[in-house]
Write a protein that binds this ligand. Structure first.
Ligand code: PLP
Ligand code: COI
Length: 341
């Protein structure tokens, strides 16, 4: 199969339309057979549930070309499971998990020419999503839904690639206790648009959100979980019911312990202790691991000893091990790598 002639190394995190996408519709209480289509456009009734009451959710994962030329995805079963949980919380019909994984495989295979080559620094981002399609005007869940998956080749999420980021502590809250912070609902991202525009206008790459109830504990950013490294080399990640259970973060905790022999702990992290960490990073499918050099809290700067020039040493080891597993340079734990054939 011949690859498309794209400037792979020059890609940012943007939408590049690819050839095929997967579509399945839910009607009369069941999902139809589904299949691939070349049609990238969606025609909806003006009163569709998604347009009125934002009944929509999504997932994100990637396909990689390995060193030996295979195309693989990373733990798609966990995306299937998280989307299942998200759908239930939003009163949407969950898409069957096995079908989710099969649909991911089908759409990646159909767009194999867009999976960036090994070593290009780019990957194929896979975006499953679901939304209410029938007219809804009283506040209630839709009765009909569409599940889709498109793919788009992407480069680094943050401009500058692996250069450490500067974040600011947000005055806005991302998620309430007992709210929707732990699921991948579109509404969580809609509410983050104003804070992210403000952060960008002030020169920051992202927001650090604190817990809404007490504003004393670290939660996450708009699109990634936090990882910290203590001065004695322990990996620490915030525990909270209102952050998204990142698949990258859960994987990195295993990588830290089982590949690197590090201590790794998920616990509440108070904002007051952030100044004492040696390294900080953001982790997620899009972010991979993006190092954080500085966090600004209303003019007060927290500068991590790892500095503003490169990743800290443990962050780098985590990054290299995770991407080594994803790109086929290291043996994966059982079930982590799913080959597309
Ligand atoms: N947190 C938020 C708010 C996100 O949007 C994402 C992206 O999916 C993550 C964390 C990272 O999750 P994952 O590693 O599963 O991509
Ligand atoms: C992802 O990492 O897949 C996400 O969904 C985050 C989003 C901000 C791009």
């Amino acid at each position: 199969m011949e690859k498309k002639d794209l400037d792979w190394a020059g890609l940012g995190f943007g939408y590049v339309q690819t050839e095929q996408r997967y579509v399945s519709n839910f009607k009369d209480g069941k999902w139809d057979e589904g299949g691939l289509t070349e049609d990238a456009n969606i025609v909806l009734n003006e009163c569709a549930g998604v347009l009125q009451y934002a009944q929509t959710c999504f997932e994100g994962l990637k396909a990689y070309t390995t060193e030996d030329g295979r195309i693989v995805t990373f733990r798609p079963d966990l995306n299937a499971e998280r989307m299942f949980d998200t759908a239930k919380r939003l009163e949407m019909p969950p898409f069957p998990k096995e079908r989710f994984v099969e649909a991911v495989k089908a759409v990646v295979k159909a767009n194999a020419a867009y999976v960036p080559p090994y070593g290009s620094g780019a990957t194929l981002y896979i975006r499953p999503y679901m939304f209410g399609t029938n007219p809804v005007i009283g506040v209630k869940p839709a009765a009909e839904y569409q599940f889709r998956i498109f793919t788009t080749p992407v480069g680094p999420y943050f401009k500058g690639g692996a250069k450490p980021l500067t974040l600011c502590v947000s005055d806005f809250d991302r998620a309430a206790p007992h709210g929707t912070g732990h699921i991948k609902a579109g509404l969580n991202y809609a509410m983050s648009l104003h804070p992210i525009v403000e952060a960008h206008n002030a020169g920051f790459a992202e927001n650090m959100y604190l817990d809404a109830a007490t504003r004393t504990k670290v939660e996450e950013t708009g699109g990634a979980n936090f990882l910290f490294v203590t001065k004695d080399g322990k990996v620490v990640t915030p525990k909270s019911d209102s952050i998204l259970p990142s698949i990258t973060r859960r994987s990195l905790m295993i990588v830290a312990k089982e590949y690197l022999g590090l201590e790794a702990e998920e616990r509440e992290v108070y904002f007051d202790e952030v100044k004492d960490f040696a390294e900080c990073g953001l982790c997620g499918t899009a972010a991979v691991i993006s190092p954080v050099g500085k966090i600004v809290d209303h003019g007060k700067e927290i500068c991590f000893p790892s500095g503003m020039d490169e990743m800290g040493p443990i962050t780098r080891k985590l990054y290299e091990t995770l991407t080594g597993i994803q790109m086929g340079r290291l043996d994966p734990p059982e079930g982590w790598i799913v080959e597309i054939k």
